[in-house]
Design a protein around this ligand. Structure first.
Ligand code: PLP
Length: 431
C-alpha cells in the first residue's frame, strides 16, 4: 500500500481498498465515516457479510443443509437481520442471544442452541420459542433438558456435542476439541450418552455435532473430526438410534496477516466429498461459522491522540482500547493497522499502538511501522468478529458506535453509548 493513485484490496478484505491514498470500505472513505460518526467506530460492509455467507451457500447448494451463524462473533441486530434475510440460521449460546435473534426477525426453527452451561430458564425459553436443536454437552445436561421438556409437555430436539479429540492447531484459548477442553462429551462416552438420551422420554434425538476450535487454517483437522463423527454415527445407528443431521461446527479462520485459510466453499466441498465417500451423502449438514462470516467485513477506526517517543519504545496512543477490541490483549492476537489516509509529510517510525486504559496489556499492535501524526485516523483491520461483541465498559468507557455500509448507504446500527447509560442500573445507598 503506497503511492497515491493506486487502488488495491487489502489481504482477506476485498471490500476494503485504498484509492488515491484513502482507505475505503465499499467505496466509503473511513476517515470521512470517522468525521461523521466519531471514534472509536466500528464499520462493517454488508456486501462482505453477504459474500462470505454466499460462499458457504454455493458449496451446499442441492444438499439438505442449514447454516447457523455463530452470532457470538458479532451480535448486532442489523448483522443478524442481514443473515436472517439471506436465509441463514443462528447458533446461540444464551437466552440473551435468543432474544436478539427474535428481535432481528430470525426464525426459531433455524436456531441451534450450543453451550456447556445452559440454565433451566434458558432451556425453557428456547423450547417455548421452538428452536431447531439443543446441542447438549454432558449427560447431566441431558437429564436436565429431559426434565424441562417434560414439564413443558414437549420433547426437546437434541444433538450430542462430541469432543472428537483432534487438535485444531490453533491458540489454546480457542481450541475446543481436545480431551483437555471443557466442551462436549468425550468420544469414548458418546455411545453411553446416546443410550441415555434414547431412554429419556423428554428428548428427541436429531443428530450429532462437534466444534473443534476457532481460527482454524487447515482442512485436515476438520476431516479428522468428521471421520470421528461418522464413526460414531455408524455405531449409534447400529444401536437402533437413527441420526438425521451432522453438524461440523464452525471455526474456519480468516486472514489477519499472512494466514491462508481455505476458502469456505473449498472446505465445505472437501467435507461433502468425505461424507459421500463414506456413504453419508444423504444426511443433512449443519455448519456453525462465526468469524469467517463477519471477521474480514469490519474495521475499527480510531484517532491518534498522542505520539510519545521513548528510549526503548515509541507509543502511538489512540482513542480505542482493549475494552473496545480485546483480541490483542486476550490472545496476543495480531491485527493489521493501516492509516485511513496516507500522508507524505510524516516519516515512518516504529510504534506500539496502545489505548488509554490503565493496563499495560492495553495494546492494539506492537512494533508497527507507520507514518502518523496526531489527529490521524487509523483502521484496525479484520475487526468484524469478536470485536464489538467482546467489548466492555472497563474504565467507564462508553462502547463505540457501529455503522453498516451497504452500497451507497451508510446505516448507523448502534449509537455510541453515553456515560450515563453505563451507570443507569446502579443505585446509591439511602442515607
Ligand atoms: C464460537 C463457536 C462457533 C463459531 O466459531 P468461529 O470460530 O467464530 O467460526 C461455532 N460453534 C460453537 C459451538 C461455538 O462455540
Amino acid at each position: 500500500m503506497s503511492a497515491a493513485g493506486d487502488s488495491a484490496a487489502l489481504p482477506g478484505a476485498p471490500h476494503l481498498a485504498r484509492r488515491d491514498g484513502e482507505l475505503q470500505l465499499e467505496g466509503h472513505a473511513l476517515a470521512e465515516l470517522a468525521r461523521q460518526h466519531g471514534t472509536p467506530l466500528y464499520a462493517y460492509s454488508r456486501g462482505a457479510m453477504r459474500a462470505a455467507l454466499a460462499a458457504y451457500q454455493r458449496a451446499l447448494m442441492g444438499r439438505p443443509h442449514l447454516i447457523c451463524y455463530a452470532m457470538k462473533a458479532n451480535s448486532n441486530l442489523a448483522v443478524l437481520q442481514t443473515f436472517a434475510e439471506a436465509g441463514c440460521g443462528f447458533d446461540i449460546v444464551s437466552a440473551g442471544e435468543l432474544a436478539r435473534v427474535q428481535a432481528a426477525g430470525g426464525r426459531a426453527e433455524r436456531i441451534v442452541f450450543s453451550g456447556v452451561g445452559k440454565r433451566r430458564d434458558e432451556m425453557a425459553l428456547a423450547l417455548e420459542a421452538g428452536v431447531r436443536c439443543f446441542n447438549v454437552e454432558s449427560q447431566g445436561e441431558l437429564r436436565v433438558l429431559d426434565e424441562v421438556a417434560r414439564a413443558h409437555g414437549v420433547r426437546a430436539p437434541m444433538s450430542l456435542r462430541v469432543n472428537p479429540d483432534v487438535d485444531a492447531g490453533t491458540h489454546p484459548y480457542i481450541s475446543t476439541g481436545l480431551k483437555s477442553n471443557k466442551f462436549g462429551v468425550a468420544h469414548g462416552e458418546a455411545l453411553a450418552a446416546y443410550r441415555l438420551a434414547a431412554s429419556l422420554p423428554g428428548l428427541r434425538i436429531e443428530g450429532i455435532d462437534c466444534h473443534i476450535g476457532s481460527q482454524i487454517t487447515q482442512i485436515e483437522p476438520y476431516l479428522d473430526a468428521l471421520d470421528r463423527l461418522l464413526d460414531l454415527v455408524e455405531s449409534v445407528e447400529a444401536l437402533g438410534i437413527p441420526l438425521h443431521h451432522v453438524d461440523v461446527g464452525g471455526g474456519l479462520g480468516i486472514t489477519y496477516t499472512d494466514e491462508s485459510p481455505p476458502a469456505a466453499d473449498v472446505l465445505v466441498g472437501r467435507l461433502l466429498s468425505r461424507m459421500d465417500a463414506r456413504g453419508h451423502g444423504h444426511r443433512e449438514v449443519l455448519l456453525e461459522p462465526g468469524r469467517s462470516l463477519v471477521g474480514n467485513a469490519g474495521v475499527l477506526v480510531t484517532e491518534v491522540l498522542y505520539l510519545k517517543l521513548g528510549e526503548v519504545t515509541n507509543f502511538c496512543i489512540v482513542d480505542a482500547a482493549m475494552n473496545d477490541l480485546t483480541r490483542p490483549a486476550l490472545y496476543d492476537a495480531y491485527m493489521g493497522i493501516e492509516p485511513c489516509r496516507m500522508r507524505g509529510d510524516a516519516v515512518r517510525q516504529r510504534w506500539d499502538v496502545v489505548g488509554p486504559v490503565c493496563e499495560s496489556g492495553d495494546w492494539l499492535g506492537r512494533q508497527r511501522d507507520l507514518a502518523v501524526a496526531v489527529g490521524d485516523k487509523l483502521a484496525i483491520l479484520s475487526a468484524g468478529a469478536y470485536g464489538m461483541a467482546m467489548a466492555s465498559n472497563y474504565n467507564t468507557r462508553p462502547r463505540a458506535a457501529e455503522v453498516m455500509v451497504d452500497g451507497p448507504v451508510v446505516h448507523l446500527i448502534r449509537e455510541r453509548e453515553k456515560p450515563r447509560d453505563l451507570y443507569a442500573g446502579e443505585r446509591l445507598i439511602p442515607h
